[in-house]
Every structure is written in structure tokens, then in C-alpha cells.
Unconditional design. Structure first.
Length: 259
């Protein structure tokens, strides 16, 4: 498994599969590249690149502040190591926050941008309500897991599948890294940078997402020049997983239209 060195010397693990145009897939908060298991197979006509965020997977796990702009720098370090100049970019949840910075800071490199189930951050973002926060703060790990599953997937999906569920976090993360990821995501604020994004942009969100409230999607789409918005009816936060039969063709159609 290749690694790249970030500017501060931290080793970032990356995974490369397939051939064709490079597509970078960015996972959610406190997750590693397995977030995309079962999904990246839908992009077989492309060379897909995933990473393990610092603090997760096979990347180094320094106990120091993390940030979404810093994660964006890690993404660029990986792509530089791989010799990839121009690329398509698809970020979901916290990965969508990071993708905002990548696209805003490196407009000459991002060919096409897809932002999924994400938020602009800052005062303009709509935060999850207090009941959702309480459900995720339960001291019982089993209850906390059930609450997270319910926010990610519909009851019908959970009743008909037994997992594995790859969106519930990296189980091997040290507690300090979990806190660092949470703080990075909570402190994200790219509102002022969004109008500077030049890449053709698709914003996708599950219409029933209350984990990252769906009202954030039109906020982002209205803020990025020319962005297109698509809400997936009935989908919750992990729309890209449960509704992959809808979401993956939607994303592919958008990417192919802007090649």
C-alpha cells in the first residue's frame, strides 16, 4: 500500500484501483478508505484513489490538531506523490468539506467536483438538532451504534441487510484521533471560499438526512457558481451506499458530461 508524506512529515496511506481518468474519493469523518467498499466498484472505468485520513487506517496518527484545510493539503500531497495533476473529485460528509477546500485552493487541478451529504460549515450551516446530538452521545456503545445506523440508513435497508456497514467509523482509531476528527469537522467553514470554486459541481444529498441536515445542500449549491443540486428522495446520510443504484449512475452521468 503506497504512502505519501505530507508537508509536516506525516505518512498518508492511499489506495489506487483501476485504469482511466483519475477519480478521488474522500470518506467521512473518523472513517478510512473502507467507507467506499462496494461503491468504488461502480466506477471501474476510472482510476479511483482513496486515502486513509491522518488518524485512521494505515496513515500516521499524530496527536495534534487536525483541520479540513489540513486534510485537503494531505489529499494534494498524495496526488503529487502519484504524479496526478488533474482529477475528478467526489467527497462525502466530512470528505465533502475537505473537497471544498481542495477545489477552492486548486482550481486548476479539479476537473469536476461532486459534494455529497456535506455542509459549508460556519455560521451559515444548519446544524443537526439537539435530539440527534443526544442520540450520538449515549454512554452505551451499542445504543450509540444503533443511533448512528438509524441516521445513516432507512429502517427497510437495515431490516433487509446484515452489513458489514462501512460508514460507522474506523474501529481502530485511538480516542484522541476521534476527538481530533470531530473538532476538525465542527470547525469547518468554507463559506467565503465556495464562490471561488471553478469546477463544474454537483451537490447530492439524501432528502431525509438529519445527521447532516438536508437543507445544507441548497445552501452549498446556491453558493457555488453554476452548481447543480440533486436530492435523493427517501435517502438518509449514507445515500451513496444504500441508494448506490441511483447515486452512482447520477454521479457518473455528471462526470462524463464534463470530460
Amino acid at each position: 500500500m503506497p504512502h505519501a508524506k505530507a508537508a509536516d512529515g506525516v505518512r498518508i496511506a492511499c489506495q489506487v484501483e483501476g485504469e482511466g481518468a483519475p477519480l478521488v474519493l474522500l470518506a467521512g469523518q473518523s472513517n478510512n478508505h473502507h467507507w467506499w467498499d462496494g461503491i468504488r466498484e461502480g466506477f471501474t472505468a476510472r482510476r479511483t484513489i482513496t486515502i486513509d485520513w491522518r488518524g485512521t487506517g494505515d496513515s500516521d496518527k499524530p496527536d495534534e490538531p487536525y483541520s479540513t484545510p489540513g486534510f485537503a493539503d494531505d489529499v494534494i500531497a498524495v496526488l503529487d506523490e502519484l504524479g496526478i495533476d488533474r482529477f475528478e473529485l467526489y467527497g462525502t460528509s466530512m470528505g465533502g468539506r475537505v473537497a471544498q477546500w481542495v477545489a477552492a485552493r486548486h482550481p486548476e487541478r479539479v476537473r469536476t467536483l461532486v459534494l455529497g451529504c456535506t455542509s459549508p460549515g460556519g455560521r451559515q450551516a444548519i446544524e443537526r438538532d439537539v435530539e440527534v446530538r443526544r442520540s450520538l452521545a449515549q454512554p452505551d456503545p451499542a445504543a450509540n451504534r444503533r443511533a448512528l445506523l438509524d441516521l445513516m440508513y432507512t429502517p427497510g435497508w437495515l431490516a433487509s441487510t446484515s452489513g458489514p456497514y462501512n460508514t460507522l467509523g474506523d474501529p481502530d482509531m485511538p480516542p484522541y484521533a476521534l476527538r481530533r476528527h470531530r473538532n476538525a469537522s465542527q470547525r469547518h467553514d468554507a463559506w467565503d471560499a465556495l464562490p471561488g470554486i471553478a469546477a463544474p459541481t454537483l451537490v447530492v444529498h439524501g432528502a431525509d438526512d438529519i445527521f447532516n441536515p438536508a437543507v445544507n445542500a441548497p445552501l452549498i449549491a446556491d453558493r457555488i457558481p453554476g452548481a447543480r443540486l440533486h436530492m435523493i428522495p427517501g435517502a438518509r446520510h449514507a445515500y451513496f451506499d444504500e441508494f448506490r443504484g441511483i447515486a452512482t449512475p447520477l454521479v457518473l452521468d455528471f462526470l462524463n458530461a464534463h470530460r
